[in-house]
Design a protein around this ligand. Structure first.
Ligand code: UT7
Length: 330
């Protein structure tokens, strides 16, 4: 007889951003841009940039330890570690294994997950399946990025937009009727060309030529991603809310991927979600990719904004193209 599915919810969250703040004015000195352009086109005022010696696993470990403490468990109680990242410390071994070792999650399996900026939502949903099936009790999911290392600091179309950081969550069984109420993963690989890092994989291995041609940096067609992002966020939101049987008016917080304040505001407007329900941090951190949603969630939890019983609508989108959404009852 099939086992009954267990509800999975978030038991603890954590986040880390590097101390070093880079303002728009700082960027005006190194590329042909203006603070006015960056703010009016993206809403970004500043971002955090990691020192050269720090890698994604270093952020991930700090965010993870906060999430584990928040969940009131020890690292040895974790059954699985999933790290969503576009900037793993190395192509292999997986960054998740480095984290698993450093936090002392001695009984956990570990793997990385690549789903562009939707990575945290993908990891949250994938991780929750293990909890729902009863095969894991505590799953640690992390979004960690060191994007400053893969930005071309001479390309004004990308270098002004991104930042570094990490966020984490512990997923665990939740009371019936709470936790993740609905979720959905989406992909459209035909849009892969709009946002990628062309070299360093098996298609175009690293060579002097790839380095000379700046092919180890982020390449993005911003306008194409913009249109897709608004459409995907709105459609996915409607779909997961419908599946959960939750009305838009019952959403307490909308936590979208933080790529551009104009994308967030356009989606919120179409969903008729008032500004006070929309969590925004892109102005302070830029686009931190897989880390943006868990950082926003952690800040709201730390500030005591999210109360038991609140409905959260979380939506990610990014390279792949991928997008993913979930409705949670806190
Ligand atoms: O995490 C998921 C992936 N990323 C995203 O979701 C990003 C989605 N896209 C966006 O956020 C926006 O498209 C951008 C912020 C990237 C760009 O805004 P836009 O309003 O779509 O501008 P645009 O790319 O159409 O560029 C307009 C102009 C261009 O000049 P011309 O060709 O019209 O003369 C650009 O060269 O702005 C120029 N431009 C800049 N000017 C000053 C591009 N970057 C800059 C810059 N400073 N940093």
């Amino acid at each position: 007889m099939p086992r009954e599915l267990i509800n999975a919810g978030i038991a603890g969250v954590g986040a880390y951003v590097p101390d070093h703040v880079v303002t728009n004015e700082d960027l005006e000195i190194i590329v042909d841009t203006s603070s006015e352009w960056i703010i009016s086109r993206s809403g970004i005022r500043e971002r955090r940039i990691a020192p050269p010696e720090m890698a994604s696993s270093d952020f991930a470990v700090i965010a993870a330890n906060e999430a584990i403490a928040g969940a009131g468990i020890s690292a040895e109680e974790i059954d699985l570690v999933i790290v969503a990242t576009n900037t793993p410390d190395t192509i292999f071994p997986a960054t998740a294994c480095l984290v698993q070792d450093r936090i002392g999650a001695k009984k956990a399996g570990a793997f990385d997950l690549a789903a562009g900026c939707s990575g945290f939502m993908y990891a949250l949903i994938v991780g929750s399946q293990f909890v729902s099936a009863g095969s894991c009790r505590n799953v640690l999911v992390i979004g960690a990025e060191n994007l400053s290392k893969i930005l071309n600091w001479k390309d004004r179309r990308t270098c002004v937009l991104f930042g570094d950081g990490a966020g984490a969550a512990v997923i665990r069984p939740a009371a019936p009727g709470s936790g993740i109420l609905s979720h959905k993963l989406y992909a459209d690989g035909s849009g892969g060309k709009f946002l990628n890092l062309p070299a360093g994989g098996s298609r175009l291995p690293a060579s002097h030529e790839t380095v000379d041609n700046n092919l180890h940096y982020i390449h993005m067609k911003g306008r194409d991603i913009f249109k897709f992002a608004v459409r995907a966020t709105v459609r996915a939101s409607a779909e997961v809310l419908g599946a959960a049987g939750i009305k838009l008016s019952e959403v307490d917080y909308f936590i979208p991927h933080q790529a551009n304040v104009r994308i967030i505001e356009a989606a919120a407007k179409r969903l008729r979600l008032p500004a006070e329900k929309v969590l925004i941090n892109v102005d302070r951190y830029g686009n931190t990719s897989t880390a943006s949603i868990p950082i926003a969630l952690t800040e709201a939890v730390r500030a005591g904004r999210i109360k038991k019983g609140d409905h959260l609508l979380m939506v990610g989108f990014g390279a792949g193209l991928t997008w993913a959404a979930a409705v949670l009852k806190w």
